[in-house]
Every structure is written in structure tokens, then in C-alpha cells.
Design a protein around this ligand. Structure first.
Ligand code: NI
Ligand code: MN
Length: 226
């Protein structure tokens, strides 16, 4: 399994040769100007919700790679109207077995509209069970008691949680979320991109380490194997 960070909430995760890409927002992200979206592999593009900072590069990457777009019914249909017909609509609570593993759509407390203002359905996260590690990509969300269901019923080897505050939960709530989901290996997302979500990295890591957990804040463009 290989995890690559493309900035903001965008990660590429390779599982047994399949490339999953989450929430691509790169070409409009000044902090990711060194990333070439034409070099990003994708077999699946998973979208947590419709906000521009999660979907800006979907069309370009999906048209180049013919990746399957996975997201809420409304998000997927919006892209289908743009010609992305290789897609799979889902909604919170739903499971589907893909060739890389099983995706369960999880609850997220946030909002969701498409870049043109049209309705984006419910925001969600993804819990993904694979032959290797199982992981949770929370998307944009507040801390929510629903996360306890993940801890009670699913095994999570690592989790990608928002830490930037203001639009999502911040570091303190993310530490609580990691308890709810019973996971000690956290990768941060949705921080530093805009002025409202700048995070003190050392302080954030310390708050996790004080609870015996590890927060990883990846460099944009960095890959890690696990
Ligand atoms: Ni959002
Ligand atoms: Mn966002």
C-alpha cells in the first residue's frame, strides 16, 4: 500500500495495483503548484462531497484516466452530465465491494453543494476494507458520535482526519475522533491551504503523542509505503 499526498484533502492510495484518488483539488491549490495533475494515476476517484476544494480536478483526471467516479448520488450525477459515465453512486450507510476492497460510506456533518451552486447531496466519508490495511477517510466533517460506530464495528489501521478547524473539526476534536474510531495512526488533511485553517504542526503532533497516538502531516508530493 502506497499513500501519496497531493495537498489539502487529496490523497492517492495504491492498493494491490489499484489507484484510488480522493478529493482532487490540485490545479487551483497554490500550495500544490509543483504537482502535475496529468501525472497522477487513478482507477477510482472517491469524492466526499461537492465543494470545489474537493472536486476541482475530477473532470480532467477522470477524462484522462477513465477512472470510476465514486461519490454521493448527486455528486456522481453532476459529473455524469459532464460526460463522466464511468461512475458509481452511493450514499451514507451503503457498502459496495470493488476490486480493491469494500467501501462503506460513513456519516459526515458538513454541507455539500457543487461548484455551480447546485445541490450536492449529503457529505460523507469512506471506510475501506482491503486485503491489506483498512482505513478511514473522514472527508470534511465535524466530530460526530457516529464515529463510535466505526470503532465498535470496523477495524481501522490508519485514518485520514481533518484537523484544520473552522470548516471541519480541529485538532482537539480529531484526537477525540481517533478515540471514537479506535485508531492510533492518523494522517491529517484539510489544513494550511487557506488562512482559516492554518495549523501549528508541532502542537498538533504533540496533542496526539500525549495520547499515545501518532499524527503524520505529509509533505505535498510525498509518498509513504505501509
Ligand atoms: Ni467542504
Ligand atoms: Mn473542504
Amino acid at each position: 500500500m502506497k499513500i501519496t499526498y497531493y495537498g489539502h484533502s487529496c490523497f492517492g492510495i495504491e492498493v494491490d495495483g489499484k489507484h484510488l484518488l480522493f478529493d482532487p483539488f490540485i490545479s487551483q491549490n497554490e500550495k500544490a503548484s509543483h504537482i502535475d495533475i496529468n501525472a497522477i494515476p487513478a482507477d477510482y476517484i472517491l469524492l466526499s462531497h461537492g465543494h470545489f476544494d474537493h472536486v476541482a480536478d475530477v473532470e480532467a483526471i477522470a477524462k484522462r484516466t477513465n477512472a470510476k467516479v465514486v461519490g454521493s448520488f448527486e455528486v456522481v450525477n453532476w459529473f455524469a452530465e459532464k460526460g463522466l459515465e464511468n461512475n458509481h453512486p452511493m450514499n451514507p450507510g451503503g457498502n459496495w465491494k470493488f476490486d480493491f476492497g469494500t467501501v462503506k460510506c460513513t456519516a459526515a456533518i458538513h454541507s455539500s453543494s457543487m461548484p455551480d451552486g447546485s445541490y450536492g447531496g449529503n457529505p460523507m466519508g469512506f471506510h475501506i476494507t482491503t486485503n491489506r490495511d483498512n482505513f478511514y477517510y473522514a472527508g470534511d466533517t465535524a466530530l460526530t458520535l457516529d464515529m463510535k460506530l466505526i470503532g465498535d464495528y470496523l477495524k481501522t489501521d490508519f485514518a485520514l482526519l481533518p484537523i484544520g478547524d473552522n470548516f471541519t473539526m480541529g485538532v482537539d476534536d480529531a484526537v477525540i475522533a481517533s478515540d471514537f474510531i479506535q485508531c492510533d495512526n492518523i494522517i491529517g488533511l484539510h489544513y494550511d491551504t487557506f488562512g482559516f485553517i492554518v495549523v501549528d504542526h508541532d502542537e498538533a503532533k504533540k496533542k496526539f503523542s500525549e495520547k499515545g497516538k501518532e499524527l503524520t502531516l505529509m509533505e505535498i508530493g510525498e509518498s509513504v509505503e505501509r
